[in-house]
Design a protein around this ligand. Structure first.
Ligand SMILES: [Zn+2]
Length: 162
């Protein structure tokens, strides 16, 4: 039998929450949308229970996101179930950018889940969101890479809408 290398995690997200994120993302276009997700670690993955939008205060919100400090800090202190970060890529695929990876240490110590959404523009009547989930991994001390942020990395996980 093959050895298991790490656990195969899944993010479970209720349909209503997925719809809420999607609606917020489309309403925010053409700007990037951001927020946090609440939930808890469960057997085999993470169960997301809520989405909390946070104002994007980036000077150039068309191409960047920056969480409003006050709203973010309120979440950190008042939401014990804070578990993940969401932001959108209005014009590109929902995969982490170089900048996303560079900014990871800002959130990584507090969060486990990283979600990126993009509009799928194939259907004009009912645009859908493509949502990707990544697990934040920490403390890869054995890595000899000179990468400054090698302490944190993002690993794609299966996202299941329930
Ligand atoms: Zn991004």
């Amino acid at each position: 039998m093959a050895a298991l290398h790490g656990q195969q995690n899944t993010f479970y997200i209720p349909f209503s929450v997925e719809q809420e994120i999607s609606k917020y993302m489309f309403l925010s276009l053409p700007m990037e949308a951001c927020g946090v997700v609440l939930g808890e670690a469960a057997a085999g993955g993470i169960r997301i229970s809520r989405f909390q939008p946070i104002r994007n205060v980036a000077p150039d919100p068309l191409h960047h996101f920056l969480l409003d400090d006050a709203e973010w800090i309120r979440c950190v202190f008042n939401e014990p179930q804070l578990i993940g970060l969401f932001h959108s890529h209005p014009r590109t695929a929902p995969v982490p950018s170089i900048e996303d990876l560079r900014n990871l240490p800002v959130f990584a110590g507090l969060l486990q889940a990283y979600l990126i959404g993009s509009p799928e523009l194939t259907s004009e009547t009912q645009p859908q969101m493509i949502l990707n989930g990544y697990q934040i991994h920490t403390g890869n001390k054995r890595s000899s890479e000179p990468e400054p942020n090698a302490a944190y990395s993002l690993h794609p996980v299966q996202l299941r809408v329930t």
